[in-house]
Write a protein that binds this ligand. Structure first.
Ligand code: IMP
Ligand code: MG
Length: 179
Protein backbone atom coordinates (compact mmCIF):
# COMPACT_ATOMS: atom_id res chain seq x y z
CA UNK A 1 0.00 0.00 0.00
CA UNK A 2 1.39 3.40 -0.88
CA UNK A 3 2.22 5.78 1.92
CA UNK A 4 -0.48 8.26 0.85
CA UNK A 5 -3.17 5.81 1.91
CA UNK A 6 -1.70 5.02 5.29
CA UNK A 7 -2.76 6.47 8.62
CA UNK A 8 -0.40 8.09 11.10
CA UNK A 9 -0.36 6.45 14.52
CA UNK A 10 1.33 8.60 17.15
CA UNK A 11 3.66 6.47 19.29
CA UNK A 12 5.23 9.16 21.46
CA UNK A 13 4.12 12.75 21.83
CA UNK A 14 6.42 15.74 22.13
CA UNK A 15 5.77 15.80 25.89
CA UNK A 16 6.45 12.08 26.39
CA UNK A 17 9.72 12.39 24.47
CA UNK A 18 10.77 15.47 26.48
CA UNK A 19 10.14 13.64 29.77
CA UNK A 20 12.13 10.60 28.64
CA UNK A 21 15.03 12.71 27.35
CA UNK A 22 15.18 14.58 30.66
CA UNK A 23 15.24 11.27 32.53
CA UNK A 24 18.07 9.94 30.34
CA UNK A 25 19.99 13.19 30.82
CA UNK A 26 19.74 12.86 34.59
CA UNK A 27 20.99 9.26 34.58
CA UNK A 28 23.84 10.08 32.20
CA UNK A 29 24.83 13.15 34.27
CA UNK A 30 25.05 10.93 37.34
CA UNK A 31 27.01 8.17 35.56
CA UNK A 32 29.49 10.59 33.97
CA UNK A 33 30.27 12.71 36.98
CA UNK A 34 34.07 13.11 37.18
CA UNK A 35 34.49 11.51 33.75
CA UNK A 36 35.47 13.04 30.45
CA UNK A 37 32.29 12.68 28.41
CA UNK A 38 32.46 12.77 24.63
CA UNK A 39 29.11 12.39 22.91
CA UNK A 40 29.40 11.07 19.36
CA UNK A 41 26.14 11.68 17.54
CA UNK A 42 25.31 9.65 14.44
CA UNK A 43 23.92 11.88 11.71
CA UNK A 44 21.49 12.49 10.42
CA UNK A 45 18.86 10.62 12.40
CA UNK A 46 20.07 11.56 15.87
CA UNK A 47 20.51 15.31 15.40
CA UNK A 48 17.33 16.31 17.21
CA UNK A 49 17.64 13.71 19.97
CA UNK A 50 21.28 14.72 20.54
CA UNK A 51 20.44 18.43 20.67
CA UNK A 52 17.78 17.80 23.31
CA UNK A 53 19.75 15.20 25.26
CA UNK A 54 22.95 17.24 25.67
CA UNK A 55 20.90 20.12 27.06
CA UNK A 56 19.69 17.76 29.80
CA UNK A 57 23.25 16.71 30.64
CA UNK A 58 24.76 18.66 33.50
CA UNK A 59 28.37 17.49 33.37
CA UNK A 60 30.94 18.91 30.94
CA UNK A 61 30.48 17.35 27.52
CA UNK A 62 32.27 17.53 24.20
CA UNK A 63 30.04 16.82 21.20
CA UNK A 64 31.13 15.40 17.85
CA UNK A 65 29.26 14.02 14.87
CA UNK A 66 29.76 11.06 12.58
CA UNK A 67 28.03 10.16 9.37
CA UNK A 68 27.54 6.52 8.49
CA UNK A 69 25.92 5.15 5.38
CA UNK A 70 22.21 4.69 5.89
CA UNK A 71 19.35 2.80 4.30
CA UNK A 72 18.96 5.52 1.67
CA UNK A 73 15.34 5.57 0.70
CA UNK A 74 14.74 1.93 1.40
CA UNK A 75 13.38 0.60 4.69
CA UNK A 76 15.87 -2.29 4.90
CA UNK A 77 19.47 -2.21 6.09
CA UNK A 78 22.05 -3.38 3.57
CA UNK A 79 24.17 -5.02 6.30
CA UNK A 80 27.18 -2.86 5.43
CA UNK A 81 28.04 0.29 7.31
CA UNK A 82 30.48 2.75 5.82
CA UNK A 83 31.92 5.60 7.82
CA UNK A 84 31.25 8.54 5.50
CA UNK A 85 32.49 11.14 7.97
CA UNK A 86 34.68 10.23 10.92
CA UNK A 87 35.52 12.29 13.98
CA UNK A 88 38.90 13.92 13.52
CA UNK A 89 40.59 12.38 16.60
CA UNK A 90 43.08 9.62 15.78
CA UNK A 91 43.10 8.71 19.47
CA UNK A 92 40.30 8.92 22.04
CA UNK A 93 42.60 8.19 24.96
CA UNK A 94 41.19 9.80 28.08
CA UNK A 95 37.64 10.14 26.76
CA UNK A 96 34.50 8.40 27.96
CA UNK A 97 32.62 8.02 24.71
CA UNK A 98 28.85 7.88 24.50
CA UNK A 99 27.53 7.08 21.03
CA UNK A 100 24.09 8.60 20.52
CA UNK A 101 21.69 7.35 17.86
CA UNK A 102 18.00 7.75 17.17
CA UNK A 103 17.15 4.06 16.96
CA UNK A 104 18.65 0.59 17.08
CA UNK A 105 17.03 -1.68 14.56
CA UNK A 106 19.26 -4.50 13.24
CA UNK A 107 22.12 -3.09 15.42
CA UNK A 108 24.45 -3.28 12.44
CA UNK A 109 25.13 0.47 12.63
CA UNK A 110 25.79 0.56 16.36
CA UNK A 111 28.01 -2.52 16.49
CA UNK A 112 30.08 -1.23 13.57
CA UNK A 113 30.49 2.25 15.05
CA UNK A 114 31.41 0.72 18.41
CA UNK A 115 34.09 -1.39 16.78
CA UNK A 116 35.36 1.61 14.80
CA UNK A 117 35.61 3.97 17.79
CA UNK A 118 36.98 1.28 20.14
CA UNK A 119 40.07 1.13 17.91
CA UNK A 120 40.79 4.71 19.00
CA UNK A 121 41.27 3.45 22.58
CA UNK A 122 38.80 5.51 24.63
CA UNK A 123 38.67 5.13 28.42
CA UNK A 124 35.18 3.72 28.09
CA UNK A 125 32.55 3.44 25.40
CA UNK A 126 28.77 3.16 25.75
CA UNK A 127 25.70 3.80 23.65
CA UNK A 128 22.42 5.65 24.04
CA UNK A 129 19.40 5.35 21.75
CA UNK A 130 16.01 6.95 22.03
CA UNK A 131 14.23 4.02 20.41
CA UNK A 132 14.90 0.32 20.27
CA UNK A 133 13.39 -2.37 18.04
CA UNK A 134 14.83 -5.51 19.70
CA UNK A 135 12.79 -7.90 17.54
CA UNK A 136 14.68 -6.76 14.42
CA UNK A 137 18.23 -7.61 15.44
CA UNK A 138 20.61 -9.14 12.94
CA UNK A 139 23.44 -8.96 15.47
CA UNK A 140 23.08 -9.23 19.21
CA UNK A 141 23.32 -5.88 20.94
CA UNK A 142 21.72 -4.04 23.84
CA UNK A 143 22.37 -0.30 24.20
CA UNK A 144 23.42 1.00 27.61
CA UNK A 145 20.75 3.72 27.70
CA UNK A 146 17.41 3.18 25.96
CA UNK A 147 14.47 5.58 25.81
CA UNK A 148 11.60 3.45 24.52
CA UNK A 149 11.26 -0.09 23.25
CA UNK A 150 8.98 -0.41 20.22
CA UNK A 151 7.61 -3.24 18.11
CA UNK A 152 8.66 -3.90 14.53
CA UNK A 153 7.17 -0.95 12.69
CA UNK A 154 8.70 1.74 10.50
CA UNK A 155 8.60 4.99 12.38
CA UNK A 156 9.11 8.62 11.51
CA UNK A 157 9.62 12.00 13.17
CA UNK A 158 11.91 13.53 15.84
CA UNK A 159 14.90 13.12 13.52
CA UNK A 160 13.78 9.89 11.87
CA UNK A 161 13.12 10.20 8.18
CA UNK A 162 10.84 8.91 5.52
CA UNK A 163 12.77 9.41 2.32
CA UNK A 164 14.46 12.74 2.98
CA UNK A 165 11.48 14.21 4.81
CA UNK A 166 9.59 14.35 8.11
CA UNK A 167 12.66 14.58 10.37
CA UNK A 168 11.28 17.89 11.68
CA UNK A 169 8.06 16.41 13.08
CA UNK A 170 8.12 17.01 16.85
CA UNK A 171 6.70 13.60 17.80
CA UNK A 172 7.26 9.98 16.76
CA UNK A 173 4.68 8.23 14.63
CA UNK A 174 4.21 5.12 12.50
CA UNK A 175 2.43 4.74 9.19
CA UNK A 176 -0.23 2.06 9.57
CA UNK A 177 -2.78 0.48 7.25
CA UNK A 178 -6.34 1.72 7.77
CA UNK A 179 -8.62 -0.89 9.39
P1 IMP B 1 20.40 -0.49 12.27
O1 IMP B 1 21.80 -0.45 11.75
O2 IMP B 1 19.56 -1.47 11.50
O3 IMP B 1 20.29 -0.70 13.74
O4 IMP B 1 19.72 0.85 11.88
C1 IMP B 1 20.03 2.01 12.44
C2 IMP B 1 19.63 3.17 11.57
O5 IMP B 1 18.59 2.91 10.64
C3 IMP B 1 19.11 4.24 12.49
O6 IMP B 1 20.16 5.08 12.88
C4 IMP B 1 18.07 4.93 11.66
O7 IMP B 1 18.64 6.05 11.03
C5 IMP B 1 17.62 3.93 10.64
N1 IMP B 1 16.30 3.35 11.00
C6 IMP B 1 16.06 2.16 11.57
N2 IMP B 1 14.75 1.96 11.78
C7 IMP B 1 14.14 3.08 11.34
C8 IMP B 1 12.76 3.50 11.32
O8 IMP B 1 11.82 2.81 11.76
N3 IMP B 1 12.53 4.74 10.81
C9 IMP B 1 13.52 5.54 10.34
N4 IMP B 1 14.80 5.20 10.35
C10 IMP B 1 15.12 3.98 10.85
MG1 MG C 1 20.65 6.71 11.73
Amino acid sequence: MSIQNKLREVLFTKEQIARKVKELGEIISRDYENKNLLVVSLLKGSFIFTADLVREIEVPVRIEFMVTSSYGNSEESSGEVKVLQDIKDESLKGYDVLIVDDITDTAITMTNVLRHLSKKNPNSIKSCVLLDKPSRRKVEYVADYIGFEIPDMFIVGYGLNYGDYLRNVDHVFAFVDPK
